[in-house]
Write a protein of this length. Structure first.
Length: 242
């Protein structure tokens, strides 16, 4: 059984994945943005999950989340699920936090980053991007996080690093009338994090419902990958190791 950390586990796809992985006998570390918000995962903690808290919109709290996770011991997989759709925290939560956690958490065997089909409308342009929250759209953020996932796959050949489009599913973010299947929305990340299937034990993929697809070309471009990593390192003061 695997030890898996899931960011943004209090609701939506993160909570659904946590419930399924616990049902399957895996060991979980769940996350909420504050200690008060951990009440939303009391039932998961009661079933044996460990828990960490920290607001991923805040750089120092994100660092502390990594410290808490490392204190709990080595992980097999991290699912970077937490995300926001609107507001000033899009870039900090959707891009900066996954980068910092990737760099600071002791390297697991598998990494899964949630992107979106909307990443195809993102701009492969870092000029004018302010990582504190100004100058980037949701689509931009999802292009950047997909690029991060594929950059990690290239930099860390000993890790399976992939990005997942969960579809437009009926969560709080997606809304009650979203047309895609909720179960399929979290199946792929669970599978990539824990399965022994040959396809799940691969790296550098962009996945939708357990099928590889072609991402935005920029996400595969080593020059854009390196520029993104350099920009994030400059802003955070945290460097992704080689």
């Amino acid at each position: 059984m695997a030890r898996v950390f899931i960011t943004g586990s209090a609701d939506g796809l993160g909570r659904a994945a946590a419930e399924t992985l616990l049902d399957d006998g895996h060991e979980l570390v769940v996350h909420a943005r504050s200690t008060a918000r951990l009440r939303a995962v009391d039932d998961l903690i009661g079933r044996g999950a460990a828990a960490v808290a920290g607001d991923l919109a805040d750089l120092e709290q994100t660092r502390h989340v990594a410290e808490q996770v490392n204190t709990l011991g080595r992980l097999d997989a991290v699912i970077h699920n937490a995300g926001v759709y609107t507001g000033p925290d899009i870039l900090p939560v959707n891009v900066v936090a996954p980068y910092v956690l990737t760099a600071l958490i002791e390297r697991p065997h598998r990494l899964v980053y949630l992107t979106s089909g909307m990443h195809s409308g993102g701009r492969a342009e870092l000029r004018g991007i302010d990582w504190t929250g100004r100058g980037g759209s949701y689509s931009d953020s999802k292009l950047f996080v997909a690029t991060l996932a594929l950059a990690v796959a290239r930099r860390w050949p000993d890790v399976y690093s992939n990005t997942v489009d969960p579809g437009w599913v009926p969560t709080r973010m997606g809304g009650p009338h979203a047309p895609d299947d909720l179960r399929l929305g979290h199946l792929t990340q669970e599978w990539l994090a824990t399965s022994d299937d040959a396809e799940a034990r691969t790296s550098g993929g962009y996945w939708f419902h357990q099928r590889r697809r072609d991402p935005h070309p920029a996400a595969l471009d080593p020059r854009f990958q390196d520029a993104l990593l350099a920009s994030l390192a400059d802003y955070t003061g945290v460097t992704l190791s080689g």
